[in-house]
Design a protein around this ligand. Sequence first.
Ligand code: DX5
Ligand code: ZN
Length: 221
Amino acid sequence: MIKLRNKIAPSLLSSDFANIESEVKKCENAGCDLLHIDIMDGHFVPNITIGPLVVSAIRPHTKLQLDCHLMISDPDKYVPEFVKAGADMISIHVEATHHLHRSIQLIKSFGVKAGIALNPITPLEYAINAAEYCDFIMLMAVNPGFGGQNFITSFLNRAKTLRNYLDNNGLDNVEIEVDGGVKLDNVLEIANAGANILVSGSGLFSGNFEDNVRNMKEILK
Ligand code: DX5
Ligand code: ZN
C-alpha cells in the first residue's frame, strides 16, 4: 500500500484579490504544493467568485498546479474553459451533474486530473462507486459557498471509511482532499483520518501566512 504524500493547498478565496499575483507568488515561495481555486456560480452555491478569465490570469505567474474546485451547476459546460485557462486538476460536485461518469470522463479526456466533490452529508456511496474513475475525491468539511466556516466533524469518519475502502480495493493511489475549516489545530487529526490534500483558506491566510504554512508542514511531518 502506498502512503500518499501530504500536500498543502491554500485556498485563494481567502487571499487578497486585489493583489492576486503577489498572493500566488507568496504561496509558491512558502512551499505550498498546489493552489486551490474556488469557482462559484451563485446557483449551485449562494455566492459568486471567479471564472476562467481569472484562472488564466493566474496561470503565467506560478508553476504550482491549479486545483479548480467547480461549485457550479452543469459543470460539463464549463470544463473545457477551465482546461484552456490552465487548470491541472478539476473537481466537480456530484450533486451538480446528472451523469457523473460522463462528467469525469470529460475532464479526463483533456488530460487533467479528475476529481469529484461531495457535500458533508452526501452519501459516501457516490465516492465509492466513482472511485475507480477518479484521481482524487474531495470530501467537504463545510457547506460549500464561503470561507471561514467551522469544520464539520463527521468528515473524520467519512474520510476513514473512504480511505479504508480505497486501500482495500486496489485504489490506494486515489487521493482524498479535504476542504473547509482546516486549521493548524485540527490538520493532524484530518490527515490521520486519511486526507492527504489539505485545503486551507482562513487557516493559512489569517495572521502570518509564511508562519502558518511552516507550522502546518511541521505538524504534518
Ligand atoms: C468553500 C470553499 C473552500 C474555502 C475554504 O466553499 O470550497 O475552499 O475557501 O475556506 P476555509 O479554509 O476558510 O474554510
Ligand atoms: Zn474549495
